[in-house]
Design a binder for this molecule. Structure first.
Ligand code: SF4
Ligand code: SF4
Ligand code: SF4
Length: 264
């Protein structure tokens, strides 16, 4: 999913922005004193909600964009920032795959229209979609929320002209290293085999299954995992619904790759 591009920058101007999301990605990128001092020597953070009262929005070398496009205003902001930015980074699950807010795409409008839709019509909502559906994205930093150290390492690498390392191994890789008991052996629905790791399998370490927040691995084979989970007695609709939670809008791409139909 991540496209790589090497650039060299002299004290790059870095901005953080958010469109529709919960601000959790931006909060996860708030650096502490130990982080920020070395960082300010190599980059100039010119825009950051909660932190920068005055923003310099004249142009950016790198922008981290949280959230997905769910309204016309989101789209306007996204396109405006894209035009002024050399390297745009999708920050977090909502920006990368649509994440949880995009689940709305899988719900019948009639089911919730009577509750909220008439109130929200005036907001001119668009179908929720990840940002790369609308603009070019150079890099993806997944996770709900992403890991702060991953963001820091990424900024340092780019600023120093190094190629940011792409992590492709599934969550299972770290989970095995952490010697966790496998949820699949117990017939529980865990998406570790098809999900990009580098989170140190934090959920499984804490006794929770992986919900796939870091998005699909490049070679994710959803159909094989669906068959395996189904053989273990898990209902196929539940499996697909779980997959939709974080990668739903990317599933059609996987669908093409695996020539399978994920529509329920
Ligand atoms: S990816 Fe998660 S933490 Fe980030 S904006 Fe979306 S819901 Fe919030
Ligand atoms: S518990 Fe989940 S992440 Fe860990 S090895 Fe099993 S399937 Fe993979
Ligand atoms: S274990 Fe799965 S759900 Fe938890 S942080 Fe890692 S990728 Fe996300």
């Amino acid at each position: 999913m991540m496209r790589l591009r090497i650039i060299k920058m002299t004290k790059p101007k870095v901005g953080f922005y958010g469109i529709t999301g919960c601000a959790g990605c931006l909060l996860s990128a708030i650096f502490n004193e130990d982080d920020i001092l070395p960082l300010t020597k190599i980059v100039d953070i010119v825009a950051f909600p909660f932190i920068k009262e005055k923003k310099d929005e004249s142009g950016f070398d790198i922008v981290f964009m949280e959230g997905l496009v769910a309204s016309k205003e989101d789209l306007r902001v996204l396109k405006e920032i894209r035009e002024k930015t050399k390297v745009l980074v999708s920050l977090g699950a909502c920006a990368c795959t649509g994440g949880v807010p995009a689940f709305r795409n899988f719900i019948q409008h009639d089911d919730y229209q009577r509750l909220v839709f008439h109130k929200r019509m005036k907001l001119e909502d668009l179908e929720p979609s990840p940002i790369d559906k609308h603009v070019k994205v150079e890099y993806y930093l997944p996770g709900c929320p992403p890991d702060k150290n991953e963001i820091l390492t990424f900024i340092k690498d780019l600023a120093l002209g190094k190629k940011p390392k792409r992590y492709d191994k599934p969550v299972c890789f770290e989970c095995r290293l952490n010697k966790n008991k496998c949820f699949l052996d117990k017939g529980e629905l865990c998406l570790g085999p098809v999900t990009v790791g580098n989170c140190n399998s934090v959920c499984v370490n804490g006794g929770l299954v992986c919900w796939g927040c870091r998005g699909p691995t490049p070679d994710a084979n959803f159909e094989t995992l669906i068959s395996l989970l189904h053989e273990k007695g898990i209902d196929i609709v539940n499996i697909r619904d779980r997959m939709k939670a974080f990668v739903g809008l990317k599933l059609p791409e996987e669908e093409k790759k695996n020539e399978q139909d994920y529509k329920t």
